[in-house]
Design a protein around this ligand. Sequence first.
Ligand SMILES: [Zn+2]
Length: 68
Amino acid sequence: MTDLPADDTCPRCGGGFHCGVNDTTPCACTTIRLDRQTLARLRERYSSCLCLRCLAELARAEAPQPSG
Ligand SMILES: [Zn+2]
């Protein structure tokens, strides 16, 4: 585990996190799969990255729901 400073703030939940978009290593958000529609919506709504927890929540929310 890397110990990165939480120098960004998630616009969705207000929590601190570190966005890796300016790092040499790939951003952690690349490990979370969101469909393109969801990503486009997030870009319209938020000007910056969301924290991993919110991304994971969104990924889960858009996953196919079991019927019943
Ligand atoms: Zn968040």
